[in-house]
Every structure is written in C-alpha cells, then in structure tokens.
Ligand binder design. Structure first.
Ligand code: PBG
Length: 326
C-alpha cells in the first residue's frame, strides 16, 4: 500500500481549519446594493422578475438605507424611473429629477449611507437608448455633454460617487472635467469600463423600464466574444481618470475580472446583474437548487476572480447570512 505523501484533505477536516486557510472572504462593506426609485408616495413595488427587489418612492428610501446599514451594507447605487421621458433624456439631469430628489433625501436623512449614482440616459429617453440620437444611431459626442451634465447634477445633489454605464467613448474624461471645474474633484468615478451587450440585463429593463424601443445596444456595449478589447476599454478609462473599473455582468465574465485585476492597479468592481439574480431566485423557487448556497458560492467566485467590490441585488440577503455567522 502506497500512502499519499501530501493529503490536502487534512486541512479540510474541520471548519476551523477550513476557515484558517480560506483565501477569499466577502464582507458586507464590499457590496453595493442597487435601488430603483420611482415617483409617487408610499410606493414599494416588487419587480416581478426579481423577487425580493422593490421599486421605492423617495419617501421609502431612508428606511431601506437604514436596513442596509444595520446589516453592514454601507453603499447603494441609484437607478431612477422619471415621470416623463423625452428624446434627450432631460429627466436625467433635471435639477429636481427623481435621482436628484433621492440623493438629497438619503444624504439628508441617512448621511452615513454612501450614495453612488448610475449615470446613463436610457431610463430617461423615450427611445430607450443610452444617449441622444442622430438618425437611428446614438450620437456619441453629443451624448457626452448630457452625461457630464447628469453626473454634475448628481454631485450637486450630494452624490458620493458617480458610475457612468452608457459606454460612450470619452465619457470618463468629460465627466471628470465637469466635476473638477465645479469643485467636485473629490467625487470619484466608478466607470462601467467593460460592459457587455448582455441578455442578462433582461429583468433590469423591466424594473427600470428602459428597453430600447428599436434595435439593441450592440453598437455601444461590448461583444461578449471579446477580451482584449476589455483591456483596451479599461486602459482608456484609466487614462481618462477613472477611480474604479467595473466589469458587467459578473459570473459569465470571471476571466475578464481576473484579467483586469492582474493588469491594472485600480480597484475592480463587478456587477452581478439582474438576470444572474433572477436565474438563482427562479431555480431556488422551483426547489432545483439551494438558493442561499448558490448565492454565496457565486459571490465568492466573483471575489476569487479578483473583484474588490460587488454590485449585487443579493447584498442584503448575503450580508444577513454573513452577520449571522454561517
Ligand atoms: C443602464 C444600466 C443597465 C444596467 C445597469 N445600468 C441596463 C442596460 O444597459 O441595458 C443593468 C443592470 C442589471 O441588469 O442588473 N445603462
């Protein structure tokens, strides 16, 4: 009988040993919780395709933020549903727009909550694209000015960080300049540097009512087949002044997260998107998987790949699990 010389199983024998040699951890502070804000009062509407995720009116935000803080989740990212949409997405940069109201409410009532804002026009345009149009195409350079106005209006309302998700070329430098020229040089930019044209965004487009009314987003979001291009996108955003690089979606793009982690010295964020959440919830509801364990496993996989920060609809649920010490 030949005995194995090395037995990896030795260090797996007890939970204390396993915890002792655990290479990757997740803490609630590393998660950012997305919130959908809608006009009205006293509203708390569950998103049909995202059980457990609610669209809230502004007056409901403070309570939600306090619940997050109690669990150790200290940051939220805001998405808005405006009263009206138009061709130029003017609701995105309106002084009293839905997001501007939401930021003021949160920073007034729960100042210790870090408020990140998604900077994009798709929720605010009547055609549902992420910028303004020239004919049937999204006009990159004309959109830059609107994005900069949007980011600036968020900063003026009190946002702690802005996160452009539109995928226009040159938007990080345009936003950086607008912020700096208005004394917001301390507001960081978390850039959706590598955002793929993904079918995993389906449930979000229901939640935020922002599906494109014609065509799709493939002329500005990235082709899922590409990874060298991801490095190029990230390089541009670094040069333009991004503080954090984001990859989106997460689980189907772990190789991209890993490459960004290896090649850049900026923090990497990953967005576990609506479709990733919905798949886990749906399969768990059917009893086909253990939802809690798959949630925890997918989040630790995203961390293991190299993400420092995870934007996830599971933030509260996962934080609860972590604080309960399981
Ligand atoms: C806005 C935006 C989208 C998401 C985040 N910001 C939708 C899109 O690009 O179609 C998706 C988030 C999710 O699916 O959870 N551009």
């Amino acid at each position: 009988m030949v005995f194995p010389e090395f037995r990896p199983r030795r260090m797996r024998r007890t939970e204390t040993f396993r915890a002792m040699i655990r290479e990757t951890r997740l803490v609630p502070e590393q998660m950012i919780y997305p919130l959908f804000v809608l006009p009205g009062k006293g509203l708390r509407q569950e998103v049909a395709s995202m059980p457990g995720v609610f669209r809230l009116s502004v007056d409901q935000l403070a309570k939600e933020a306090k619940d997050c803080l109690a669990l150790g989740v200290r940051s939220v990212i805001l998405f808005g549903l405006p009263e009206k949409k138009d061709g130029l997405g003017s609701g995105a940069y309106a002084k009293n727009g839905i997001i501007q109201q939401a930021i003021r409410e949160l920073k007034h009532k729960v100042p210790e909550m870090t408020v990140v804002t998604d900077v994009c026009l798709c929720e605010y345009t009547d055609h549902g694209h992420c910028g303004c149009l020239a004919g049937h195409e999204v006009d990159n350079d004309a959109t830059l000015e609107l994005l900069a106005k949007t980011a600036l209006s968020h900063a003026q309302a009190g946002a702690d960080m802005v996160a452009p998700s539109d995928m226009m070329d040159g938007r990080v430098s345009e936003i950086r300049t607008a912020l700096d020229e208005n004394s917001f040089h301390m507001v960081p930019i978390m850039s959706y540097a590598v955002k793929y044209a993904s079918a995993f965004y389906g449930p979000f487009r229901d939640a935020a009512e922002c599906a494109p009314q014609f065509g799709d987003r493939r002329s500005y979001q990235m082709d899922p087949a590409n990874s060298k291009e991801a490095l190029r996108e990230a390089t541009l955003d670094v040069e333009e002044g991004a503080d954090i690089l984001m990859v989106k979606p997460a689980l189907a793009y772990l190789d991209i997260i890993s490459r960004l982690h290896d090649e850049f010295d900026l923090p990497v964020a990953a967005y576990q998107v609506s479709g990733e959440y919905a798949m886990i919830k749906a399969a768990a509801e059917k009893g086909w998987i253990d939802g809690e364990r798959v949630m925890a496993e997918s989040l630790i996989a995203i961390r293991r790949a190299g993400a420092d920060i995870i934007l996830t609809y599971f933030a509260k649920e996962m934080a609860k699990l972590l604080t309960e010490g399981k």
